[in-house]
Ligand binder design. Structure first.
Ligand code: UDP
Ligand code: MG
Length: 304
């Protein structure tokens, strides 16, 4: 039984070799294949990968023509991986390789198709980032049919069957956590404590994460599109009630020239809401537009 380790790398020259050493030191009870994906790094990552591949025949790599993002890198790695079991994990050792034997055991027992790692804490992460992440997953779960657990990471091991299922989803803009939840299968959850990355620094800015979040929601939920209709209906009802009230009041007690502030409030509210609704439409439209182009999610410049 062969195990493929799919590892996305973006400017990780300092981590690549350490990762390989850590994984090799495990002496896993199955043949291991490394599938590194160089996601358009601008440092010496590609050189490191070439050197490793020359030393260890089990090292394979794919190198993109530019940075296409982690999701694209994971996709390329899953496509290239040839193992019966495939694991995806980060190169910075924040996803402890020591969980691999346990994952392997779970899948080999035949009881599970997938083993997924979950962080039990967000130690060492800025509090605003943790808060936003937690709120985001709550919102996503509420709005969509899928369920992504809090602390869920991209650290997983899965059987060939699950890999094929994940690859069968043809979308170009991929939100992998959602895709795993969508395909289903029997998943074993393993907890681990958050670790600091061994070297280098995080590739995610706050706005980068915000975009990732928007991508997740719009990829798996159309609820925001319906929001406009719901609020529209509610506000129509409110407007009718208000109209009845004004009519009754005028008939009963008369109405001097007032109501200017009310008008301004309503104007602002509806103007704002309409722009908001148009923005939501625009987001989905843009997505549809991008998907219909059928652009490849990444371009490979070099591989072995
Ligand atoms: N990564 C990537 N492409 C990107 C950004 C990140 O392949 O555009 C890889 C990165 O090299 C690492 C993993 O994704 O192996 C997680 O990135 P990082 O450690 O920066 O994220 P964090 O752990 O801070 O969430
Ligand atoms: Mg990391």
């Amino acid at each position: 039984m062969r195990l493929s380790l799919v590892v996305p790398c973006y400017n990780e020259a300092v981590c690549v070799r350490r990762f390989w050493e850590a994984a090799r030191a495990l002496a896993l009870p199955s043949e291991v294949e490394f599938v590194f994906v160089n996601d358009g790094s601008r440092d010496g990552t590609l050189g490191e990968l070439r050197a490793l591949a020359a030393e260890d025949p089990a090292v394979r790599y794919v190198s993109f023509s530019r940075n296409f993002g982690k999701e694209a890198a994971l996709l390329a790695g899953l496509r290239k991986a040839s193992g019966d079991l495939v694991a995806t994990l980060d190169v910075d050792l924040q996803h402890p390789v020591t969980l691999l034997p346990e994952m392997l055991g779970a899948l080999r027992s035949g009881e599970y198709d997938c083993a997924a790692a979950r962080r039990t804490d967000r130690e060492g992460e800025p509090w605003l980032r943790s808060l936003c992440a937690r709120l985001f997953y709550k919102l996503l779960n509420r709005l969509s049919e899928i369920e992504v657990r809090g602390g869920e990471t991209d650290y997983r091991m899965m059987t060939r069957q699950v890999v094929e299922a994940v690859l069968s989803l043809g979308e170009v803009n991929r939100f992998t956590k959602g895709i795993y939840a969508w395909v289903g299968f029997r998943t074993k959850w393993l907890d681990f404590a958050n670790a600091e990355r061994v070297a280098g620094e995080t590739k995610w800015s706050f706005w980068g994460l915000a975009r990732y979040g928007l991508q997740g929601v719009t990829a798996f939920s159309v609820a925001p599109l319906q929001l406009a209709s719901v609020v529209g209906v509610l506000s129509c009802a409110a407007a009718l009630l208000y109209l009845a009230y004004v009519a009754a009041k005028t008939l009963l007690v008369g109405e001097p020239v007032t109501g200017y502030p009310t008008q301004i409030c309503l104007l602002l509210f509806f103007g704002g809401f309409q722009l908001f609704a148009i923005g939501i439409l625009g987001t989905y439209l843009a997505k549809t537009y991008l998907e219909t182009k059928r652009r490849p999610p990444y371009l490979i410049q070099e591989e072995n």
